[in-house]
Design a protein around this ligand. Structure first.
Ligand code: CU
Length: 171
């Protein structure tokens, strides 16, 4: 509730900020309703970065509205986790199009078909087809090797249209 409170106390002036706050609230509602726990409390830092501590990481990631991910109320934020962390992505597609979540090694720019998952398990099921509108999926993987990765939507044309963010595994 602290994250929500502080986000709201920033008195959003732009519609973009208001939308982000709304998505954060939606994310919290969906996350809590499904019994998910964004643990152990991602810390939102300046620069659109979510730095997560600990060896067990649960991320609630929304796709949409539109060709964008929303995580912790941020648009395509950089996610940073510790090396060795067991990461579970709780993916909710709130858009009208299918979407997916895949961690890849290659950075942008992306072609129509982005590269394969860089870490075993780091993709939602049927990632090329995507998770249908209004549905949920999950992906679990170990952030075994430090480095800079990217999370992308594997539905053809989505990553190339900007549906991606940076995923850092800290040494
Ligand atoms: Cu997509």
């Amino acid at each position: 509730m602290n994250a929500q409170g502080s986000a709201l106390s920033e008195s959003p002036k732009s519609t973009g900020k208001g939308l982000a706050v709304a998505l954060l609230v939606i994310g919290l509602v969906i996350g809590l309703g499904a019994g998910y726990f964004v643990a152990p409390g991602p810390r939102t830092a300046p620069g659109n970065v979510i730095e997560v501590q600990g060896s067990s990481v649960h991320l609630a990631a929304l796709s949409g509205p539109g060709l964008v991910f929303s995580i912790g109320g941020l648009e395509n934020p950089t996610i940073s986790v510790e090396r060795g962390a067991n990461v579970t992505v709780h993916f909710s597609n709130i858009d009208s199009l299918p979407h997916s979540f895949v961690v890849v090694a290659q950075g942008p720019p992306y072609g129509a078909d982005p590269p394969a998952a860089a870490l075993p398990g780091a993709e939602t099921p049927m990632a090329m087809d995507g998770t249908m509108a209004g549905e949920n999926a999950s992906a679990s993987f170990t952030a075994s090797t430090a480095g800079t990765y990217y999370y992308v939507c594997h539905v053809p044309g989505h990553a190339s249209a900007g549906m991606y963010g940076t995923f850092n595994v800290r040494a």
